[in-house]
Design a protein around this ligand. Structure first.
Ligand code: AMP
Ligand code: MG
Length: 329
């Protein structure tokens, strides 16, 4: 069984090709906004349109397959930026119609989780999903991934990226901010906002900007914002581990590449005697392989969508998505 998957929720357009044994191709191209600005949805979409056909050819060459060989085409149906999502959905619909292949809708957040499980061998983990769009602690239970804590406003990646941009650091923001944080010496007080199992990061960004404007040492502010944000994640993760009793912890999404976050989660995992699995870097950020792999799981469970019903879902919540490959239904 060969599945082609298309990712295009935000900054990255990706084409992945997988079979039951693993990934045959994972070709991605990321739009980088001009220095100092965030992602403009229309510009990201223009980028995706420009590169998608060469990306598709490269992926097919790498995998050694033709479009007529694939069994189904999966695409990221949401959540994400409308114009960017529409590029991937349109290409997927074209392949589906032209080659008479079933179309399989995939939720982007579920794909971050499933590719991390596939790549690390985790079976029934608690997942800390920290990507550009998601900040949540989630685990599978009763047919869906349930949310056991999430951000009430912006994602942690977004908070740190915005602050990096404010400092004039290049994209992607988080690794550059962490480099700066390593030169920090003093922890400054910043809003640490955990309410129940939910977190808030918008005020953290605003307060960090204020500290810089007040003339505090930039490296100290970097150290403080990074640590404050990651310790909020650690608290929520710890409580979910204590409540749910899961034996594995998976770190998934683009920010999972952070060695600082990984170090903190290693401590959390060892305190609760759980195994920490961190998604490998090539599957951490948005990528085509995660959509293809989740598409394969979904396709094997009978998930399909007609072209008429394949409209993108910009605000699709993770806990609304049925997960038939785990429920057996
Ligand atoms: P995603 O949407 O999953 O591609 O994740 C994007 C987020 O990952 C952004 O907030 C980036 O700043 C962050 N990111 C990218 N590379 C790294 C890295 N090496 N370490 C930590 N975070 C990263
Ligand atoms: Mg993502």
């Amino acid at each position: 069984m060969i599945i082609l998957g298309i990712e295009s929720t935000a900054h990255t357009i990706g084409i992945g090709i997988v079979d039951e044994h693993g990934v045959l191709a994972n070709e991605n191209d990321t739009y980088t906004p001009p220095q100092g600005s965030g992602i403009h949805p229309r510009e990201a979409a223009d980028h995706h349109i420009l590169v998608v056909s060469s990306l598709l050819n490269r992926a097919l060459d790498k995998a050694g397959v033709r479009l007529s060989d694939i069994d189904a085409v999966a695409f990221s149906q949401g959540p994400g930026l409308g114009p960017a999502l529409r590029v991937g959905a349109t290409v997927a619909r074209f392949i589906s119609a032209r080659f008479n292949k079933p179309l399989v809708p995939v939720h982007h957040g579920v794909a971050h989780i499933e590719v991390a499980k596939m790549a690390t061998g985790a079976r029934d983990p608690l997942v800390l999903l920290v990507s550009g769009g998601h900040t949540m602690v989630t685990a599978y239970s009763g047919g869906r991934y349930r949310v056991f804590g999430e951000t009430m406003d912006i994602s942690v990646g977004n908070c740190l990226d915005m602050f990096a941009r404010f400092l004039g650091l290049p994209n992607p923001g988080v690794p550059h901010l962490e480099e700066c944080a390593r030169r920090g010496k003093v922890m400054l007080e910043l809003p640490y906002t955990v309410k129940g199992q939910d977190m808030s990061f918008a005020g953290l960004y605003t307060a960090a900007v204020r500290l810089v404007k007040e003339g505090r040492r930039v490296e100290d502010v970097c150290l403080s914002i990074v640590n404050t944000a990651y310790y909020m994640l650690a608290e929520v993760t710890e409580r979910a581990l204590a409540l749910l009793g899961k034996r594995e912890l998976v770190l998934a999404g683009g920010v999972a590449r952070s060695p600082i976050l990984r170090g903190i989660m290693e401590t959390v995992a060892s305190e609760y005697s759980v195994i920490l699995h961190v998604v490998p870097p090539e599957y951490a950020g948005d990528n085509g392989a995660m959509i293809a792999w989740t598409g394969l799981l979904a396709y094997r469970s009978g998930v399909r969508v007609s072209i008429e019903d394949s409209v993108i879902r910009q605000r699709w919540r993770l806990d609304e998505v049925p997960i038939p490959w785990l429920s057996g239904g």
